[in-house]
Design a protein around this ligand. Structure first.
Ligand SMILES: NC(=O)c1ccc[n+]([C@@H]2O[C@H](COP(=O)([O-])OP(=O)(O)OC[C@H]3O[C@@H](n4cnc5c(N)ncnc54)[C@H](OP(=O)(O)O)[C@@H]3O)[C@@H](O)[C@H]2O)c1
Length: 211
């Protein structure tokens, strides 16, 4: 499967490395195509780099590994998201203190706003509730694999994203329709409050227990 990853930061790199190990074909897209090419060259098997438009065009799946605030300008610049599966890992966080907060929430979510900004795209919220280094290294905590919650309104798109989540090593948890992003985005704020505000450090992750 061909995956376009927009961004060259922590999440782009982490997902790129993890997916590269699993032999996905990747193209990174950046405002600076040279940065994207350099990151593509670090990928184990099939990594390329180019402009943001190149990565969107390339991907059957496109990952928005950018700040939430950046998506509006990306959306304005292209209508190439039609029928693409779009993974939204963004968290609309405010960092006024170590107690991370949400800029929006409760009756909407970043993911729902992304879906409005990218008409025709099949948006799936995923990879927002774990730290990038656990995405890169594998989310293995002793006998447990961390859970990765995902949600969206297109069942076919969710099936593809579930497989990606499994390949990266997380236990996938289907959280239902895209409106569930209203619950998943605050989980990222909680993770950061525990990590930074409460001093638990960054070797923590969410696990859903079942029996
Ligand atoms: N870090 C984590 O552990 C983590 C975990 C889960 C989810 N998230 C979420 O994932 C997203 C990415 O986080 P990150 O930690 O990877 O951030 P990051 O390291 O700051 O990287 C963000 C990337 O976005 C691109 N970018 C920034 N402004 C842009 C703009 N105006 N237009 C287009 N591209 C722009 C930049 O790439 P170029 O300079 O190459 O264009 C940059 O490398 C965020 O929404 C974050 O909330 C982060």
């Amino acid at each position: 499967m061909k995956i376009g990853i927009i961004g060259t930061g922590k999440v782009a790199r982490a997902l790129g490395k993890a997916l590269g190990r699993n032999r996905y074909h990747l193209m990174f897209g950046s405002r600076d195509p040279q940065k994207a090419k350099a990151l593509g060259a670090e990928i184990e098997h099939y990594g390329e780099g180019g402009s943001i438009a190149n990565a969107i065009h390339y991907g059957e799946v496109v990952v928005l590994a950018v700040p939430f605030k950046a998506i509006e300008s990306i959306a304005r610049a292209t209508d190439n998201f039609q029928n693409k599966i779009v993974i939204d890992p963004t968290n609309p966080l405010i960092f006024a203190s170590t107690m991370a907060d949400l800029a929006i929430g409760h009756n909407t979510s970043a993911a729902e706003q992304v879906a409005k900004m990218l008409p025709g795209a099949k948006v799936v919220k995923a990879f927002n509730t774990a730290f990038a280094h656990h995405i890169e290294q594998g989310p293995y905590f002793g006998p447990n694999d961390a859970s990765m919650f995902y949600c969206g309104d297109d069942e076919g798109a969710k099936k593809s994203v579930r497989k990606i989540i499994e390949d990266v090593g997380f236990e996938p948890v289907d959280a239902g329709p895209l409106t569930s992003a209203r619950m998943l985005e605050p989980m990222a704020a909680l993770l950061l409050r525990l990590s930074n505000g409460m001093g638990m450090g960054n070797e923590i992750a969410f696990k859903l227990l079942t029996r």
